[in-house]
Design a protein around this ligand. Structure first.
Ligand code: AMP
Length: 449
């Protein structure tokens, strides 16, 4: 996942970048960083922790200049050391350079080995550092040509923003797997961000999405960014952005995330029509199940109720590395509304089941609180395959749908019934005007080495 942002042509660049990162905190909470460019020098501050903790007024005062790039980290490649926080900064023949990356490069190991064989030294475990080496080793005179040749060797899902002392280069891979949008800031300059929810806080107007295979070049000499189509587009945006990652108020590639989730809930309700089971209420797993539960309630006519309350001071459950911590965190995060659910038959909706920790715990909690029946509905298809395109799904063995059938999972989580969204209903819900990256559901790893 991760979030990236670039601000160009605004004297408050680093402040606006920190606000944008704050709105995209849901995409990564492990570490955050900003590089600004001022008077021919790049300044960087990065640290582990949340945006609001790392970017104090003092830190932002240090990050002077009218351009800045930023990153929120959610580890998919590399470790959790501070060295693995972004932006990645380096000095090389053409000057100073700083890079942020959202995605995952599938040929990173081969490239790294090749570079190490030739004597390169790496400081981090991140695939992003490969790109810096490839750019630095290239002999072309223009940075844009070096970037292009480095990208020619790079295979995978990526959105990069590369900042030199006076320019910014923005690139989205040819499949457009990870989202990236362009906006105009009302107080001056441009913003590029992983999600459009970042635009509101910096008072920017959405212009368009960065096209798959496109490079945008921001240069002080030009009023508008220059667009270069580097690669032939083969558009396959990630369906999981709509299922879980993106904030509901974001619009990704022209599609409102909230609406797509509501459609997913409606589709689940349509599939339940004619069933002999009766439910008293539709209960979302907050917050990720809320739009789908609203869709389900609207379609079925069954009332929507907040049967589970979320403590907002606990972060996303997935982030904790051990199973024990994940278990505890689910309990800290979600509590049942006993008076509402006691003796009732509940239709509970969550966006996805990955390892099965959350759903099992929720069913147990609701039953202990007196629910008569708990019927679980999942607003995405079964996740059977790990994702190598930038979403942190675990290994195959950890994925419950890889190990168990739907019936076995129903028993394991102790639900009275369990239903998933079909792949067809998922793509219908997002919009059938294009293909999507669906590898977690169908194992179609279409990005080939
Ligand atoms: P699990 O307990 O492993 O089945 O995780 C399922 C829960 O984690 C669901 O409630 C989702 O909202 C959330 N989730 C799904 N995928 C991810 C992910 N890649 N990172 C973080 N959380 C996720």
């Amino acid at each position: 996942m991760c979030a990236i942002v670039g601000i160009f042509g605004n004297e408050k660049a680093s402040r606006l970048a920190s606000l944008a990162l704050f709105s995209m905190q849901h995409r990564g909470q492990e570490a955050t960083g900003i590089s600004s460019s001022c008077d021919g020098k790049i300044h960087t501050i990065k640290n582990r922790g949340l945006v609001s903790d790392v970017f104090t007024n003092e830190a932002l005062d240090y990050l002077k200049g009218n351009m800045a790039i930023g990153h929120n980290r959610y580890s998919t490649a590399g470790g959790d050391s501070i060295l693995d926080a972004q932006p990645v900064f380096a000095k090389y023949k053409l000057g100073e350079i700083s890079i942020v990356h959202n995605g995952n490069l599938i040929n990173k190991d081969e490239i790294r080995e090749e570079l190490i064989d030739k004597g390169a030294i790496f400081q981090t475990g991140m695939d992003t550092e490969n790109l810096i080496h490839l750019i630095a080793k290239n002999s072309k005179n223009r940075l844009r040509d070096r970037i292009k040749e480095a990208l020619d060797k790079t295979i995978g899902a990526y959105c990069f923003i590369i900042q030199s002392r006076s320019k910014q280069f923005v690139i989205r891979d040819r499949y457009g797997i990870r989202p990236l949008s362009l906006g105009k800031i009302k107080s001056g300059g441009y913003i590029v961000a992983s999600e459009t929810c970042a635009f509101d806080l910096v008072d920017a107007e959405y212009i368009r999405d960065v096209k798959p295979g496109e490079m945008l070049v921001f240069d002080e000499k030009n009023e508008e960014p220059e667009s270069i189509q580097l690669y032939e587009p083969e558009f396959r945006p990630c369906a999981f952005e709509y299922v879980y990652f993106a904030r509901p108020d974001s619009v990704i590639d022209g599609k409102n995330v909230y609406r797509t989730r509501e459609n997913m809930g409606r589709a689940l309700a349509k599939n339940d029509k004619g069933s002999t089971i009766s439910y008293d209420m539709v209960v979302p797993v907050p917050d990720s199940g809320v739009p789908a539960a609203l869709g389900y309630a609207a379609e079925s006519g069954i009332p929507f109720e907040y049967g589970i309350i979320r403590n907002h001071y606990v972060g996303r459950t997935f982030i904790e590395p051990t199973q024990e911590m994940r278990n505890l965190k689910v309990r800290m995060k979600l509590s049942p509304m006993k008076s509402l659910i006691a003796g009732k038959s509940l239709l509970v909706i969550d966006d996805s089941i990955v390892r099965g920790t959350t759903s099992k715990r929720i069913v147990k909690m609701l039953k202990e609180a007196g629910a008569k029946e708990v019927h679980f509905r999942v607003a995405s298809p079964e996740i059977k395959f790990p994702c190598f395109y930038g979403i942190d799904t675990p290994t195959k063995e950890e994925l419950i749908s890889h190990r168990m059938t739907k019936e076995e999972i129903e028993k394991y989580i102790e639900a009275d019934s369990l239903e998933y969204l079909s792949i067809e209903d998922l793509t219908d819900s997002i919009g059938n005007d294009r293909d999507y990256a669906l590898e977690s559901f169908n194992g179609d790893y279409f990005v080939k080495k």
